[in-house]
Design a protein around this ligand. Structure first.
Ligand SMILES: NC(=O)c1ccc[n+]([C@@H]2O[C@H](COP(=O)([O-])OP(=O)(O)OC[C@H]3O[C@@H](n4cnc5c(N)ncnc54)[C@H](OP(=O)(O)O)[C@@H]3O)[C@@H](O)[C@H]2O)c1
Length: 250
């Protein structure tokens, strides 16, 4: 049985949609206090309205690319507001299919800002011993199976996620001395607003045909993330788990 108590506070980025929302809702249901970060007040409030324990759900409006260098201080300011943190779930991210020949530099940098630099500097803030609960604290970063698989049209996205996975591995070694665990989940296609938008309908049919069990559900990632953030996973760190059904999309 995975359970948390309300003193176990977990920051969840991307809590306003898709995988981040699913993780926030599950952690809240399992007893944790959740600090959900997103840009859309409306979507964050909709997430809170679905919470099993809304009194343990707190919302923070923030564009995580506005001042990336200031994110460690931002995390410390959240600690002053809420108390020390048990966990950090790094879910905010953007994807877009774009062949290399059509890929502008600025757009590539924007992907890296939200998919790589922002989670790295949030982790830097969380890593401060004055911010986390020490032994038993945990970071889970949502990378992507695309990082290792190299799907066509994903040079920028896959690169940003590969960088995230690599940096989290390095971070895990640094934080192990303080008892803080760091793991990565690398899902294949999961049904969320990112993958289910109408523009992708044709592409989606082709891709889903390559998935032996179809696209995944948010719960498939959320359950794994909740386990990794829980004390049940006390021995697991420095791992990158693929969340997938054996698909071979390229
Ligand atoms: N869905 C998949 O198939 C899949 C597969 C592998 C990996 N992933 C990864 O899983 C994570 C979640 O994806 P998803 O499918 O759940 O996507 P989603 O439904 O589009 O949700 C993306 C989330 O990221 C937040 N976000 C984006 N840019 C932000 C910014 N600048 N500042 C703050 N928050 C920002 C959004 O906040 P607002 O709503 O407030 O804008 C939203 O909550 C991403 O990192 C994605 O790369 C997804």
């Amino acid at each position: 049985m995975i359970a948390f108590d309300k003193e176990q506070r977990v920051i969840v980025t991307g809590a306003s949609s898709g995988i981040g929302e699913g993780i926030a809702l599950l952690l809240n249901k399992l007893g944790a206090s959740v600090i959900g970060i997103g840009r859309s007040r409306e979507r964050l409030e909709a997430m809170k309205a679905k919470c099993a324990r809304p009194e343990n759900a707190f919302l923070e409006l923030k564009d995580l690319t506005d001042d990336i260098g200031g994110l460690p201080e931002y995390v410390k300011s959240l600690k002053e507001k809420y108390g020390k943190f048990h966990g950090l779930a790094l879910c905010a991210g953007i994807a877009a299919l774009k062949p290399l020949q059509l890929l502008p530099l600025e757009e590539t940098k924007r992907r890296f800002d939200i998919n790589y630099f922002s989670p790295l500097f949030l982790a830097k803030g969380f890593a401060d011993r004055r911010v986390n609960n020490g032994k038993g604290s945990s970071i889970v970063a949502i990378s992507s199976a695309a990082a290792a698989r190299g799907d066509k049209g994903m040079a920028a996205y896959a690169g940003s996620k590969a960088a995230l996975s690599a940096s989290m591995k390095s971070t895990s070694r640094e934080l192990a001395v303080g008892g803080v665990r760091v793991n990565v989940l690398s899902p294949s296609d999961i049904k969320t607003p990112m993958t289910m938008n109408e523009d992708l309908t044709d592409l989606r049919k082709d891709r889903e045909a390559l998935y032996p069990l179809g696209f995944g559900e948010v719960e498939d990632v959320a359950c794994f993330a909740a386990y990794l953030l829980s004390d049940r996973a006390k021995w697991l760190t420095s791992q990158n788990y693929t969340v997938d059904c054996g698909c071979g999309v390229i």
